[in-house]
Write a protein that binds this ligand. Structure first.
Ligand SMILES: [Zn+2]
Length: 262
């Protein structure tokens, strides 16, 4: 049983058991928008039931923070609504990790509804008292990252652009782009901005800065090593280089950085 809790007026959050994925419900007197949909058709249906139990207004919009399975596979429970997503979402929905996950769960990827509205860089939705801004800062954690901002409310919903756990990389990621995207994101933060990440606890500007400096350290050292001609498999253990997070995370990040550079 999932339960939304109101973290700010009109901003309801539930953290799901699967991967501690956050789903956010934005609601005012006139309309409501859901941000992310859970990791399966059943999860999506359960979220929808809970949305109806939590608010009195109809849910009209759904937005995906990106196309990875743990955020998007519940989308089929919302196929009668306005679905907003970054324009690369279709490409990310068919990424290797999603295909692997779908095969494992017996989930039909082709059953995920297409977005009704795609966003290249900037989008805006007027929910009534609740203007919502959407922004894409380029390929970063994925090719389809969208952040959701609520002007005047000092809340940013950032998907997996920021994580309370180590960053996740796959073929949809760019290390260089991620550092750049976090620079853009950081410029939007005020001291008391609440950052809702794709997974885990609420964060603030210091955690975003910390996460960004970890990625920037890996990017800077990867670029140096690449320009020195150091082979990828020797970068991690190279003398005098030190890496944030754990070894598998750093090695994944270095691999993505080398791909950005090649
Ligand atoms: Zn993700």
């Amino acid at each position: 049983m999932i339960d939304f809790r109101e973290v700010r007026p009109g901003v309801h959050l539930v953290t799901l058991d699967v991967e501690n994925t956050n789903v956010v419900l934005l609601a005012d007197e006139r309309g409501a928008m859901l941000v992310d949909t859970g990791s399966s058709k059943e999860a999506g249906a359960e979220i929808r039931t809970q949305v109806s139990a939590t608010i009195d207004v109809p849910l009209t919009h759904v937005v995906l923070t990106h196309g990875h399975w743990d955020h998007s596979f519940g989308l089929s429970a919302f196929d009668d609504l306005t679905i907003l997503a970054q324009e690369n979402t279709a490409m990310d929905l068919s990424c290797a990790e999603n295909s692997h996950r779908a095969a494992q769960d017996g989930f039909d990827l082709s059953g995920i509804p297409e977005p009704t509205t795609t966003i290249a860089n900037i989008g805006f939705v007027d929910l009534g008292d609740f203007p919502v801004e959407l922004a894409h800062f380029g390929q970063a954690h994925s090719r389809s990252d969208l952040i959701v901002g609520l002007p005047g409310r000092d809340i940013l919903i950032v998907g997996d652009l920021v994580d309370s756990a180590p960053p996740q990389f796959d073929e949809t990621s760019s290390l260089k782009g991620w550092v750049t995207a976090l620079d853009s994101l950081y410029s939007l933060l005020k001291p008391d901005t609440v950052v809702i990440p794709g997974h885990g606890d609420l964060l603030g500007p210091p955690e975003v800065a910390h996460f960004r400096s970890g990625l920037a350290a890996i990017w800077d050292q990867s670029e140096w090593a690449y320009n020195q001609g150091i082979p990828l498999e020797k970068v991690y253990d190279h003398d005098n280089l030190q890496w944030p997070w754990d070894r598998p995370t750093a090695e994944n990040a270095i691999r993505v950085g080398y791909r950005d550079l090649s």
